[in-house]
Design a protein around this ligand. Structure first.
Ligand code: GLU
Length: 435
């Protein structure tokens, strides 16, 4: 590459006009993370502006008939942040707070995640602004199908492959796969991942994110000298990620001392059996009241004495306010974007090792990648093969990012961004700008 002068866009934020600078939300966190890493990118920094705006944004109206005969409209999004290294990939979230800034940030974090772990994908994300608890199962199916139809022309097995995220699951993926297949006149199992196993889903996908969190956490614990046996673990989020991670930690001799979900926060210094707590949640609809635990106020979660803290719910929860309270030696980000840049600085200062989302929760999309490969080849692997490959990818990713963080004397997040941005921008530079 020839010598270049820095693009002035690096000096200012160069925001797209459709964003309100006063309400950047999670996109501000992402922008700051990219800005922090720019000085480490050398001449590739010339291209950095391409990471500061998504390639494609689709906002759709999803009207559905409710069971009572009325019609309700829901906002749906699909954002393809970057496809330099491959088709878009990323989950679909159903949540009442979904908005453009959030979906943009989530799509960008997918770009970084795939490049950090070296999966051959770009980054994308989708969502519907809805509280799914307010819908019946048939309403939820109609909403999923209408949304899938509306975004249908930009997704596809070789274009952009959705997957589960907050409040979506294999059943939602089955409806998405069916809708896309009906609209295109063929059964296209590879259009989504995280499907039920008997529809082309992968063994091991359900636990993959939690398993990856566990593997990344144990690698980090080795680095800071925290033994797994008896390690106290606090988890925020008790769904697909937090629930599985808690169970796997417990099965390996760690002690899960606190669990928080949307229904409340429970604590026990003697340790909680996550399997029994999940069963209690299924039966009663809440975790509070689980025998042998005391109930905490939500903010008290951050003060719980523990070695490992796993935020596995939503973004922006570890802030300037909560970071100083944290006692853990290792924070493992099961959620996407749980820590703000200011909180990152506080944790670094306190000597807390943060395993960033783009590494810690990459196990989910890694097994999504396996699922997609299996669907393409119509040849399915055993669970042992899947878990062994997942563990290897997670360990190798950890050790290569750890090495970069040591070499540059930077946090693991900055190391992950150095590696990821370099891979994405190199691909971008090689492809060049069309036309
Ligand atoms: N929603 C998950 C994530 O944030 C999984 C995405 C996927 O499997 O495509 O990584």
């Amino acid at each position: 590459m020839t010598a270049v002068t820095l693009n002035p866009g690096i000096q200012n934020r160069n925001l797209p006009s459709y964003l309100d600078p006063q309400h950047l939300g999670p996109w501000a966190t992402y922008l700051e993370q990219v800005e922090r890493v720019t000085p480490y990118l050398g001449q590739l920094a010339y291209w950095i502006d391409s990471l500061k705006r998504p390639q494609r944004i689709l906002i759709v109206d999803c009207p559905i008939r409710l069971d009572d005969g009325s019609v309700a409209h829901f906002e749906g999004y699909r954002v393809q942040h970057n496809t330099s290294r491959g088709p878009g990939k990323g989950g679909v979230r159903f949540h009442q707070n979904v908005n453009l800034s959030e979906v943009m940030a989530l799509s960008a974090w997918m770009t970084i995640k795939h490049a950090a772990v070296n999966l051959p994908y770009g980054g994308a994300k989708g969502g519907i602004r809805v509280d799914p608890r307010t819908l019946s199962i048939t309403e939820l199916e109609r909403l999923t199908r209408r949304y899938t139809s509306e975004i249908g022309f930009i997704i596809g097995p070789d274009k952009d492959i959705p997957a589960p995220d907050v409040n979506t699951n294999p059943q939602v993926m089955a409806w998405m796969m069916d809708t896309y297949s009906m609209n295109t006149g063929r059964t296209a199992t590879g259009v989504v991942t995280g499907k039920p196993v008997n529809l082309g889903g992968s063994l091991g996908r359900a636990d993959a994110t939690g398993r990856g969190v566990f593997v990344a956490a144990t690698e980090a614990m080795k680095q800071v000298g925290v033994p797994l046996e008896g390690a106290r673990v606090a988890v925020q989020g008790f769904g697909n990620v937090g629930g599985a991670a808690a169970r796997i930690f417990h099965d390996h001799g760690a002690k899960v001392v606190a669990i928080q979900d949307v229904t409340g926060t429970i604590f026990s210094s003697a340790g909680i059996d996550p399997k029994a707590a999940l069963e209690f949640l299924r039966r009663t609809g809440k975790i509070v009241g689980f025998p042998g635990t005391e109930t905490l106020e939500p903010h008290e979660l951050w003060t719980v004495e523990c070695e490992v803290l796993i935020p596995a719910a939503l973004e922006g929860v570890i802030t300037e306010k909560t970071a100083p309270l944290i006692t853990a030696r290792v924070v493992v980000e099961g959620a996407n974007g749980p820590t703000t840049p200011a909180a990152d600085d506080i944790l670094l200062e306190k000597g807390v090792l943060v395993v960033p989302d783009v590494l810690a929760n990459a196990g989910g999309v890694t097994v999504s990648y396996f699922e997609w490969v299996q669907d393409f080849s119509s040849f399915f692997w055993t669970e042992d093969e899947i878990n062994a490959r997942l563990d290897r990818i997670m360990k190798e990713a950890f050790s290569s990012l750890w090495e970069v963080s040591q070499r540059h004397k930077v946090s693991l997040r900055t190391a992950a961004y150095i590696v990821a941005c370099t891979r994405v921008l190199e691909a971008h530079a090689l492809r060049g700008i069309y036309p």
